[in-house]
Design a protein around this ligand. Structure first.
Ligand code: ZN
Length: 305
């Protein structure tokens, strides 16, 4: 009898909770209810860029996120009334489930500004990258550099370490990322290559088969972060598109921009060539996000606001 009474009481409590549930939801702070979080593409793989689209439950002053050890700064798009951040999953990330942690600051009105947060998990699966072994032969100055050449390599590495890790939080990119040249693809992102019989690290860019002197266009709006010759990269242009996203253009024969210039998507930034460690004239384009390389082809497929 006692047991039965207890059961009845428990049942009543549960029933009460169900009845009150809608009120509990509306009464709870805005932090839990009504966040919509979307990722594009919907299937995330290692090596791919990702666009996060967030609709918070209330108007926000600012929105930040944490994603696999990276900080995301979201920007508000008035047209779609959503917050956007472009990020990625580096090639080295093992498949698994990773949370996107969001932290926002509400707009002060009747109530003072408030900090709200939300978390959503995403599944990352293994990206498919070709295991084609491309046999390449480059000059010995790239495989066995002299002390003087080693010094130049060192300088190049220091410049890259300094510049390529810079993050401009504000978004400068706008709309889709465009092809930097209209040409056939000669090597894709993530492929394994062999230099003079030695397996090198995976190919971290996209190669366009273009003859020397072909105009190379900015993939999106941005600021010229680097425009100078480096040992391996040759004549090298790096554009900063904001939110930690950079595009890199290698082996150019000529520069058409200088560091600090603002460029628009489609603007000619240089002419293609075969400077630096290149087996012949071609355009190597890379996408870098907060210290990690992402697949440029996948970036160009994203429909961006
Ligand atoms: Zn390449």
């Amino acid at each position: 009898m006692v047991n039965l009474r207890l059961t009845v009481i428990r049942f009543h409590h549960v029933a009460l909770l169900f009845l009150l549930w809608p009120f509990l939801l509306t009464a709870s702070p805005a932090s839990v209810a009504n966040w919509t979080v979307h990722a594009q593409p919907t299937r995330l793989v290692n090596g791919a860029p990702v666009l996060f689209q967030i609709k918070p439950p209330t108007r926000l002053e600012s929105l930040n996120g944490t994603w696999i050890g990276h900080e995301l700064t979201f920007s508000f798009d008035a047209k779609t009334k959503a917050w956007y951040a472009l990020g990625g999953v580096s090639l080295e990330i093992t498949p698994g489930t990773y949370p996107l942690e969001l932290a926002g600051e509400t707009v002060a009105g009747k109530l003072p500004s408030q900090n709200i947060s939300f978390s959503r998990k995403f599944i990352v699966t293994k990206g498919k990258y070709p295991k084609i072994e491309v046999k390449l032969s480059v000059e010995s100055k790239f495989t066995e550099p002299s002390p003087e050449q080693q010094k130049q390599i060192q300088e190049g590495q220091e410049i890259k370490k300094d510049y390529l890790s810079r993050v401009t939080p504000e978004r400068e990119w706008s709309g889709k990322f465009a092809e930097p040249a209209v040409a056939a693809i000669s090597d894709v992102f993530g492929s394994q290559r062999i230099f003079n019989g030695k397996t090198s690290s995976p190919h971290l860019g996209l190669d366009f088969r273009v003859p020397s002197g072909t105009p190379v266009e900015a993939m999106n709006d941005g600021t010229v972060l680097l425009a100078r010759p480096l040992y391996f990269e040759g004549n090298f242009v790096v554009l900063d598109h904001g939110q930690g996203l950079l595009t890199l253009y290698l082996h150019l024969s000529e520069f058409k921009v200088k560091e600090g210039d603002h460029v628009k998507r489609g603007q000619v930034i240089g002419l293609s060539g075969g400077t630096g460690r290149a087996t012949g004239p071609h355009l190597h384009v890379a996408v870098r996000w907060q210290g990690t390389y992402l697949d440029p082809a996948k970036l160009m497929q994203l429909a961006l606001p």
